[in-house]
Design a protein around this ligand. Structure first.
Ligand code: A3P
Length: 333
């Protein structure tokens, strides 16, 4: 089934389907499509649907799930370094993460479906363990993800910081000549949309709540992490991730400070200095920008730059209200 559905004409079928879904204004430069109560950047709707129908997970897969601006690039780097440390020592000066973007080493499934004419053939040919990433909500994942019992790592971030991060990212990315040039709305307008649940692959609270509930129901297979925890205790978080992924650090590795070496390899300054992260490009048809847009400050609480205390309280309240009943609270948990 895979190859046939993954071929270019297979995607055309999903383009037709996607075009029947309602559209609304997006947070950035492009509109969103609405499907099953979630919003998708219009150009990623068809690839995401193709992924839902044709991606077949393996038990050895590691799937990283995030909303945009939650720290995806960092998570990709850390997990890649942990999973592949047998072949690529984190202190190796020719480590793949010093030569390629984390987005090339851990590709987004939607990008593979968007940019390849034979995505399923490509994905099937990837050697195990495959490390792959999605922004899609859990409810849009192929049933094989749960059935295969592969590992899923979800990273969430304070929505206030994610929104401010998104604002800077879109301003930077939209300057690239390959990005269609519609102008950005002023930040207060974007804030209002966000409080109404508008965001890529959002609403943000529903995206988090789905993965949270799954992590409670299947803790051996779904790990729920926060960017803030990663920042506070990166080494401890990396050790927990390695344990969860079935590749715990040995006593020898701990003595040799391998977890610390992973953290140092993936640190912001080191990653920013890599040529592929500075000058390389990301995207696909109609939306291409420099990889440098993925790296900015990487701070907790940077929302203070753009949100007033009133706006912050309002967004916190909207998020908590919408999370009510899910068991997740960004304030309590
Ligand atoms: P800021 O804009 O707040 O700095 P994503 O990878 O999901 O697009 O998220 C991008 C955010 O993660 C940006 O946040 C970026 O600076 C931050 N980030 C990228 N690499 C990082 C790293 N190595 N360590 C910490 N944060 C990082």
């Amino acid at each position: 089934m895979g190859e046939q559905n993954g071929a270019a004409d297979g995607l055309a079928r999903y383009e037709v389907l996607a075009s029947s879904f309602p559209t609304c204004r997006g947070l950035g430069t492009s509109p969103y499509r609405k499907f099953n109560n979630f919003l998708y950047p219009a150009h990623l709707m068809a690839p995401t649907l193709a992924m839902r129908d044709t991606f077949v997970a393996r038990p050895t897969d590691v799937v990283l799930a995030t909303m945009p601006k939650a720290g995806t690039t960092w998570l990709k780097a850390l997990v890649y370094a942990v999973v592949h440390r047998g072949r690529h020592a984190p202190r190796d000066r020719r480590h793949p993460l010093l030569l390629s973007s984390p987005h090339d080493l851990v590709p987004f499934l939607h990008s593979l479906y968007q940019n390849s004419s034979h995505p399923t053939r490509l994905i099937d040919a990837m050697p195990s363990p495959r490390t792959l990433a999605v922004h899609a909500p859990l409810s849009l994942m192929n049933a094989s993800v749960a059935a295969s019992r592969c590992r899923v790592v979800y990273l969430c971030r304070d929505p206030k910081d994610a929104l401010v991060s998104f604002w800077h990212y879109i301003a930077k990315a939209a300057k690239h000549p390959a990005v269609p040039g519609s102008s950005l709305a002023p930040f207060p307008e974007v804030f209002e949309l966000y409080c109404d649940g508008v965001s890529a692959f959002g609403p943000v609270w529903d995206h988090m709540a789905e993965y949270w509930k799954e992590s409670v129901a299947r803790p051996e297979e779904v790990m729920f992490l926060r960017y803030e925890q990663l920042k506070e205790d990166t080494v401890g978080s990396v050790k927990r991730m390695a344990q969860f992924l079935g590749v715990p650090f040995t006593d020898d590795e701990v003595t040799q400070r391998v977890p610390e070496a992973v953290v140092s390899l993936c640190g912001m300054d080191r990653m920013k200095s890599v040529e592929a992260n500075r000058d390389g490009e990301h995207g696909g048809s109609g939306w291409t920008f420099k990889n440098s847009a993925f790296f900015r400050k990487g701070e907790v609480g940077d929302w203070k730059e753009l949100l007033t205390p009133e706006m912050a309280s309002r967004l916190d309240a909207v998020v908590e209200e919408n999370l009510r009943g899910s068991g997740l609270s960004l304030i309590r948990n």
